[in-house]
Design a protein around this ligand. Structure first.
Ligand SMILES: CC(C)(COP(=O)(O)OP(=O)(O)OC[C@H]1O[C@@H](n2cnc3c(N)ncnc32)[C@H](O)[C@@H]1OP(=O)(O)O)[C@@H](O)C(=O)NCCC(=O)NCCS
Length: 160
């Protein structure tokens, strides 16, 4: 497994991976209606802004197939996303992507970082030193809401 910066050429594969990750790994924590509303908006063009404005990484295998994505919004000191393909989950790829994003955040002189975690990923972020702050909602264009958990990490405490 290797990590590189994502490019425009990855958009279709990113969209496919992102949708598969949500549909399989988030399914126990959100309703079918929420999953449909969430994945419906994830067309390839949705990633244009993040590719331009954020730190957008992908993990890939020896066949060049994408295994996961990770996005850091350095301007807002926020981990915007970590999504792993369901077939590749539980193998440390999410941890590798998150560690890489945190390293970039530290190098950008960020001392504290936030994530709006999905309900299912709370344990993953806790395992990485994030502390639960409050329940929040992510608003989708169709008016539906996704319950999330705002979590923070002090990057100075864990400079690994
Ligand atoms: C959450 C997610 C990113 C974790 O990635 P992953 O590659 O499967 O996780 P890793 O293999 O790196 O696991 C790292 C550690 O976190 C733990 N962990 C992973 N997912 C977990 C979960 N859902 N709940 C509790 N602990 C979890 C693992 O047990 C592991 O601990 P260990 O090192 O002591 O064994 C991945 O499951 C995913 O894509 N989920 C769906 C998308 C999502 O909700 N992303 C978060 C958006 S904010």
């Amino acid at each position: 497994m290797k990590i590189r910066k994502a490019s425009s050429a990855d958009k279709e594969n990113i969209s496919r991976l992102h949708i598969a990750s949500i549909r399989e790994l988030c399914a126990k924590h959100y309703t079918r209606e929420q999953l449909n509303a969430w994945t419906r908006i994830l067309t390839p063009s949705v990633y244009d802004q993040a590719l331009k404005e954020k730190i957008f990484l992908v993990a890939y295998d020896s066949q060049q197939d994408l295994l996961g994505l990770g996005i850091l919004d350095a301007g807002n000191a926020e981990i915007s996303a970590v999504y792993i393909h369901p077939d590749a989950a539980g193998k440390g790829i999410g941890s590798n992507l998150l560690n890489e994003l945190e390293k970039i955040a530290r190098n950008s002189n960020l001392f504290k970082i936030t994530v709006h975690s999905t309900l299912n990923a709370k344990g993953f972020y806790m395992a990485h030193g994030y502390a639960e702050q409050e329940l929040t909602f992510h608003n989708l264009p169709d008016g539906s809401k996704l319950e999330c958990i705002r979590m923070n990490k002090d990057l100075l405490k864990d400079a690994g």
